[in-house]
Ligand binder design. Sequence first.
Ligand code: WT7
Length: 651
Amino acid sequence: MSKHGAVEQQLSLYPPPEDFVRRAHVQGMNAYRELYARAEKQPEEFWGEVAERELFWFEKWRHVFEWDPPFAKWFTGGKINASYNCLDRHLATRRRNKIAIIWEGEPGDQRMISYFELHRLVCRFANVLKSRGWKTGDRAIIYMPMVPELAVAMLACARLGITHSVVFGGFSAEALKARVQDLEAGLVITADGGWRRGREIRLKATVDEALAECPTVRDVIVYRRTGGQVSMQEGRDFWWHELDEGASEVCPAVPLDAEHPLYVLYTSGTTGKPKGILHTTGGYLTQCAATMKWVFDLREEDTYWCTADIGWVTGHSYIVYGPLAAGATSVVYEGAPDFPQYDRFWRIVEKYGVSIFYTSPTAIRALLRQGDKWPEMHDLSTLRLLGSVGEPINPAAWEWYHRVIGKGRCPIVDTWWQTETGAIMISPMPGATPLKPGSASFPLPGVIADVVDMNGDPVGPDKEGFLVIKRPWPAMLRTIWRDPERYKSQYWNRVPGVYFTGDAARRDSNGYFTVLGRVDDVMNVSGHRLSTMEIESALVRHPSVAEAAVVGRPDEVTGQAVCAFITLKKGNWDHKKLSDELRQWVAHEIGAFARPAEIRFAEALPKTRSGKIMRRLLREIVTTRAVTGDVTTLEDMAVIGRLAEQRGEEE
Ligand code: WT7
């Protein structure tokens, strides 16, 4: 880059406001650099100190970490409990009566739950689980709406050492079944339903459909949220409130090994089968708690709100485990951002005096489109820090967020991380880092990140390459549930010796990272991870479909949109009707959020001579409607022309 370019770039940075710096946990870039250098030079001392300061340990560890590549263990020999750290520990302090969760249901109902009260609810429910015979090492699927009892269920499992797997309420019965089976769960915790845009999402009915083929499940516990119709299967299904009646409120947390499996969270990979990402206890909690201070600069008096769903990793780490371990007051909202109208988020910010607000670029873009009048209807002056997560944020959305929501006063932390990383990895520190719109800026202390080529050699400034992590970090995934081989090949064998994120990135001459998006067959739609293969395999299960190829098409609001190319089996098909049916089919097989935005029927798909579908060409077609790249391996050139001419059936 030219000298002039570097200066220009410097000028477009947003330095942290002085009054923010003065009160921040990490003040100024020198403080950041010092922390970073210490963590790099003495990782054991560094993480040992963080773990000691942020958490309560029943027994101290013998080793901070053990690295037997690619398998890491953190705080080995240490004894800890996540539920204890999120609850009991605070009861001996001034946080005892502090509000832990401010909850708002979509219909407008409201609950304020103190740490004392949350502890009480968790102990009662843990005793319910105990009385049903559930214990350390068992596995539970949690399929619930965004009600406080979802967090209660997670913390009750964690209290007893029951490994939980939360399944996002938008997943279909098929997807739920696959997860119950893969986890071999014995217990399912669910609800009658939840509210979404004024409609009831009937969860229990979906559970019933899923469990038809899940012989491992012995108990289903049903929380009553909506009061909607459910059918209860005698001997298998129990109402939460009935089991809870008379439950004891004393339930000591079980001291667990630091490496005890806290949860498995399924995410999409490059094949049709979701990966069960395994997170353990001590290291995970350490990094979640540390990032609450480094990234969110959390103070005792903050009202913190992460708008994610607890069903995704963001909700695990930054609604449940991180904020509660850090003793935060956190807002939890059940419903949609546009219900009953487009100011719901801003209404909630005003109503509860939210000071830290963390959301997704998709939400920002969707709300930006509705114009400034919605945020302008509300007093947003309590906000002091804004965050973004899940996908790249384009500079225009960043600027709007900064100007219209943050009134130019609030730093924005653009946080890069993944289900696999467990906690935030690359992000500004709001009292230190000069912000560059669209860039997640620098790795946090203890995170050694680089942008490299296929051989692992750094590509140098302003060049695009693969984003990799070069050293184990405390909250990293430990393996893929029951599939260590896939863990090795997916993450550690792609570029020799380092963790392969699956993302492309670029670093500028000042070291700022810009994450560009996935380099594998994984799409990011509204910040939700979807696998092209998973949608393709769902589509080819439909009786009309011969072949399917799915690609991501750029979308102004959702980042990417699902676009499916289909060849049909012989028959007389009504394309319009069939494309509606196929969309519905994908919703049934995976979930409504995976429904293709566009379906195109083709006589043939472009393939290489060896028969591989050339998705790159399809991506070009949906992006530019033309093909410019290399097509020398393409089998039938005419296919391309016909595909490019066609308009898809849009929703
Ligand atoms: C993928 C991970 C992290 C929790 C939510 C998503 C993309 C995430 C950013 C960001 C650019 C981002 C990446 C990543 N991503 N955050 N700040 N800037 N891209 O978790 O479903 O595991 O998806 O989301 O592509 O690999 P996930």
